[in-house]
Design a protein around this ligand. Sequence first.
Ligand SMILES: [Zn+2]
Length: 567
Amino acid sequence: MLTLALLAATALDLTTEAERSGWSRTGRYDEVVRLCPAFATAYPDRVRCLVYGTTPEGRPMMALVVTSDLAHAHDRPVLLIQGGIHAGEIEGKDAIFWSLRELLAGKMAPGVLDRATLLLVPVYNVDGHERFGPNNRPNQRGPAEMGFRTTAQNLNLNRDYVKAEAPETQAMLGLWSSWAPLLLVDLHTTDGAMFEPDVAVTMEPWSMAPALEAVVAALSDAVQARLKALGHMPLAFYPTFKVEDDPTSGFAVKQLSPRFSDGYARARNRIGVLVETHSWKPYRVRVQTTHDVLAALLERAAADVGAWRAAAEAADGAGAGLGGSDVVLLTEPDATSRPIDFRGYAYEVRRSEISGASWIVYDEKRPQIWHVPLLDHELPSLTVRAPRAGWVVPAAQAALVGAKLSLHGIRFSATRSAVDVPVEAFHVAELSYEKPFEGRTRVALKGAWRAETQHLAPGSLFVPVDQPLARLALHLLDPTAPDSLAQWGYFNAVFEQKEYMEAYVLEAEARKMLARDPKLAAEFDARLKDPAFTASARERLRFFYRRHPTWDARVEVVPTFRVDRMP
Ligand SMILES: [Zn+2]
């Protein structure tokens, strides 16, 4: 007969395939399916295993809720840590399970479980994880086999946060709605060049709610210092060369828009942390590094989580004050640079007879300091005017837009009766379709807001600006934002002209218009100074059609209107 202790040890083995293999392999997803409830069984007062969704291939999406008193799990600040959004970059999963054992044993970040609730998602892209094999990460050292970058539907979950097309994203947003995490840590492995630094931990405070900037900057400094003390060589920026394969061009920091996990957290007034271990470090080193990053973050959480929450709540409360003001949604570095000494490797640029271009060859045996520029002086690259009261969406688009808003937890209401409303409408002047991206035909557009009256049928939506998720609503509803519904191609049909005036009719109409309006004639003359315009018979005729009463008043008008007052 088995003793109880032996039974516990066999049934509740809480180690991973990665540890048992000396960090040469990583487990399959059935390991997560086993470990999640095993931790809950071993620590029934402190760990809960929950299934928060099902993947398109039918697998359970699992998360562990961990805190010192599960009865208070929802009252405490929630810290969401996720691995395997890109399933081939999988040290996050193995570091999460290792760290969890240490947290529960009081060996990591003492006190954090008394003050916060951890929400651990060992593998976010589950189906991708099970597309398992040795050849999924050609620019990475270990483990022996790993999952694939995208989902079974070939969607990149780290481009899907705003459009939320993947069932996995929709499940994850459900987790955001029910747990409202204060901080998101998204665990990755880099691609790119070869160099010495072993990890980038980025949490740029730019273009967030002002209340959060100071806590994020302080957290970043503290994590960098702690990692250095632990013997790491961390970076606070993602190391992408300004010019590909050209170390001398230096590094340009890039702020990520909310289609990315950390940008999404920022748009929700939450702290988004992107962790990228260096892909050429062996798997063992990458798991250790990820473990140490988690330790550094959670040690700070144990001390500061109360201050983080206060700052996030202040940012949420600022939604009311945004109405009518200019809000910086994104930033970009300008040309200002500062020199840094970067620990790279010696390299040589050879002429390649294969590609006919140049080929960079690194020598990992010869560390070399690169004196290169760092472009990290951020200026606003997208500033939008928040509407005084909110947005209205015509009834015809209400189902589509309402479903997206609901996924994110953005508040809105529906109008009950038909009404004429003074609005500002965005009229598209220039538009081009991009090549398909993440399964959608994106649109690049330029135009201007115009004051006008719109007739709204019952069932139109009103989205107030006075709400905690006002910034995220701006990203979705302002057509100048790169992750807006308009730019993700949800209104492409609205941009198609469906009624036409025959050219011979338009010729006659144009003559009448010129004869009765000298201002129009002057405007036309001015346009004729543009050779491209002059060369295009179609554009010359359309100049008049656009100004003619028969021009379709709805075409090229983005159906998310700004309003000064609730309709
Ligand atoms: Zn990644």
